[in-house]
Design a protein around this ligand. Sequence first.
Ligand SMILES: *[C@@H]1O[C@H](CO)[C@@H](O)[C@H](O)[C@H]1NC(C)=O
Ligand SMILES: *[C@@H]1O[C@H](CO)[C@@H](O)[C@H](O)[C@H]1NC(C)=O
Ligand SMILES: [Cu+2]
Length: 235
Amino acid sequence: MQLTSTILLLSASLASAHYIFPALILNGQATGDWQYVKKAANINGRGPIEDINSDSLRCYNDPTAPKAATANVEAGNLVGFTVASRISHPGPLLFYMARVPDDKTAADFDGEGTVWFKVHEDQPADTSNGIWWPEDITEVYVKIPRCLPDGEYLLRVEHIALHNAYQTGGAQFFLGCAQLNVTGGWVGATPSTPPTLVSFPGAYNATDPGIKLNIWAPGAISYVNPGPPVYHCYL
Ligand SMILES: *[C@@H]1O[C@H](CO)[C@@H](O)[C@H](O)[C@H]1NC(C)=O
Ligand SMILES: *[C@@H]1O[C@H](CO)[C@@H](O)[C@H](O)[C@H]1NC(C)=O
Ligand SMILES: [Cu+2]
C-alpha cells in the first residue's frame, strides 16, 4: 500500500516535471492550445524522446489528431511558444524551420526529409563550476529570418534536457512544431548563402558532444550545441 502510493506520487511528480509546447505566441499573445501547433503525442505523460533514431524527433506529434491551422507570420517578426508547464531541466533551447514541399501543406507535412535548418540556438551561461541554462521558463521566442522566401514552413522548437546526459541515451528531447505561412519575406533570387539542411532523425548522434556530456562535472565546461550552424540572413 505504502509502496503503491509512493510510486503514484513519484510518477505524478515526474509528469509535472516534464513539458510540452502547446500554443504559438503571435504579436505577444498566446493563441489557442494546438490551434497552430501540431498536437503533441505526449500530452498526457509529457515524456521526452530518448531514442535519437526515432522519427518522433521531427515533430513529436500525434498523426491521428485533428490537423492544426496554419498561422500567417511576417518574416522578421518574433514568434513564441508557450511551455506547459515550464522548462524544468537544464539544457539548450534550439529552433529549426523546414520549408514545406510544394506538393504539400504545412498541415500535411510531417517534417520528413533533409529539409530542416537551424534558426536559433541559445548558449549556456558558463560558470567556473559546471554549466547552467535558465530554467522555469514558461515562454520561448525566436525571430523568423527576414530573408525567407514566402511560403509555408514548419517551425520546430526543441529543448534538450541534459541532467542525465552523462550516459549514452540519457539526453531527453522535448519538442513540437507550429505551422506557419511566412509573408513579407524575400522575393526573387536567394539573397545569401542557403542554409545547411539536415533531417530528423539524422542531424544528431547519441555521442555528439552537446548530447552526451556530464554537465555536473566540477570545473568549467564548454558547450557545443548539436546540429548544423545557425542560418543567418545577413540582411
Ligand atoms: C499565405 O499567405 C498568402 C499571402 O497573404 C496567401 O495568399 C495564402 O493564401 C496564405 N496561405 C495560407 C495557407 O494561409
Ligand atoms: C552520425 O554518425 C554517423 C555514423 O557514424 C555519421 O555518418 C554521421 O555523419 C554522424 N552525424 C552527425 C550529425 O555527426
Ligand atoms: Cu525529466
